[in-house]
Design a binder for this molecule. Sequence first.
Ligand SMILES: Cc1ncc(C[n+]2csc(CCOP(=O)(O)OP(=O)(O)O)c2C)c(N)n1
Ligand SMILES: [Mg+2]
Length: 327
Amino acid sequence: MAYSTTFLVELYRRMLLVRRFEMRAIHERRAGLIPGFIHSCVGQEATAVGACAALQPSDVIGSTHRGHGHLIAKGGEPRYMMAELAARSTGYCGGKGGSLHMTDFDLGILGANGIVAGGIPMAVGAALAFQQRGERRVVVAFFGDGAVNEGSFHEAANLAGLWKLPVIFFCENNLYGEGTPQHKQAPVADLSVRAAGYGFPGVIVDGNDVVAVYEATLQAAERARAGEGPTFVEGKTYRHFGHYEGDPMVYRTKEEIETWKQRDPIVHMHHWLLDRGIASKTDFETVDAEIQAILDEAVVFATNSPKPALDTVLEGVYSDTHGGRVF
Ligand SMILES: Cc1ncc(C[n+]2csc(CCOP(=O)(O)OP(=O)(O)O)c2C)c(N)n1
Ligand SMILES: [Mg+2]
């Protein structure tokens, strides 16, 4: 399929924004601005960006503990994300949620989630709401390879298959659940085969190829919108860094990490765009400078924002204080 230069450069730009956001967050955490954990998605940018590029603004996503890329890919603003990471009142959750709870209903982001597979039933619930209301909206539930072994995945997949709900089960298979390699947690190498038991198709895609991810997700979204039900998309990918920032990473070899770094989705696309004359060195410099400015501004915004006031501590704990928001 032929794509416009604007579209391809935007895919690249989004992936780079995710990468630089993560690198900056890691830096700011070490510098003391950010308390708490960060699970970076460096290396996995193509799954988040490719999948969300196939969605409409009114579609929604459910995310995970490794969710910064999903948020940025769906339009999340780095300044509110950085403020949330820095526990400031201007952040996505008023500074009280941090990395694992960032949410923006206006952008169709149902939220990051600290519970492995916890976002999947919520995403399926949203898909049920769309079906019941007769809306042609689609949900992408992102989750990792580890989540596919949780009961909540299987229960949600069963109902979604039975009721032909407009949901895409997007598995970012990075080969590890914390320090456990996939072959020690599941008896099958291709997790997408599990879709067959729930009556919908499972497809495998190179999760480091953003265009391939886009195409697979678009096909799944069209199927969902047509009322034909879910698809399981398995993107094979890899995280470059540890499970969380500070992970000593004794469970992977340097050689394995190096092999995957050779398949870096951003470097790959950079060369691809350059070799075909789609983007020039100057175009890349412009993108670089623009992203640098966005992140510098985000850090200044977070640094200058106040911490949440003590008397707001109970706000958002119960749903009625949210005003019963409907996405
Ligand atoms: C229900 C539940 N069990 C265990 C954990 C601890 N935990 C956090 S992340 C993680 C690994 C998840 O692996 P995967 O789903 O492959 O996602 P990845 O970290 O590789 O992106 C585990 C076991 C948790 N947060 N929730
Ligand atoms: Mg994993």
